[in-house]
Ligand binder design. Structure first.
Ligand code: IMP
Ligand code: MG
Length: 176
């Protein structure tokens, strides 16, 4: 995108080792249980597909799309479900798979919505966590890597729909 520079942050190898580590941890915690992995579209689509291929437990997969109003670098607090899950999660162990937790509002909203369907448990697995930016009380159960207050792209994560296809993770800075 014109006027911006992409700076390497997390390499392919680093991502692979982070994702494998998360999957091993999850497989151990859920041993013998079946989990419903709910991918938050669009940003977590690559993360989910890598993560589930390392899981050593039975897993069902579903997708939800949450729109937070506003585009570009700032998300608003207003959240809407534009595509809901299709599986029934009543009595099931649900694992929400998200790309980045920033203010925490998106996941808090979705967790509360999912809870209405009476799952047995709900946990959150986030690839990246911008802990310093939190505006609500929301801690993920599994975190790939904590990152500073940077604007991230690549590995499924976009800037106005660009850069999702990049296999590495970058942070964006304006060129002045
Ligand atoms: P939250 O509701 O403020 O926690 O925002 C989380 C959502 O904002 C994530 O699902 C991402 O889609 C988006 N987001 C947060 N930080 C970034 C970023 O650095 N790059 C791209 N998207 C981001
Ligand atoms: Mg996004």
């Amino acid at each position: 995108m014109k006027g911006y520079r992409l700076n390497p942050l997390i390499s392919r190898d680093q991502i692979a080792s982070i994702v494998k580590g998360l999957a091993d941890h999850i497989s151990k915690d859920y041993a013998q249980r079946e989990v419903v992995a709910v991918c938050i579209l669009k940003g977590a689509f690559i993360f989910l597909s890598d993560l589930v291929r390392h899981l050593q437990i039975p897993v069902q997969i579903d997708f939800a799309r949450l729109a937070s109003y506003g585009s570009g670098m700032k998300s608003s607090g207003l959240i809407e479900i534009t595509k809901d899950i299709e599986l029934s999660v009543e009595g099931k162990d649900v694992l929400i798979v998200e790309d980045i937790i920033d203010s925490g509002r998106t996941i808090l909203f979705f967790k509360e919505r999912l809870a209405l369907s009476k799952p047995r448990s709900i946990k959150v697995c986030a690839l990246l966590d911008k802990k310093a930016r939190r505006e609500v009380e929301m801690e993920a159960d599994y975190i790939g890597k904590e990152v500073d207050d940077l604007f991230i792209v690549g590995y499924g994560i976009d800037f106005n729909e660009a850069y999702r296809h990049l296999p590495e993770i970058y942070y964006v800075t304006p060129i002045d």
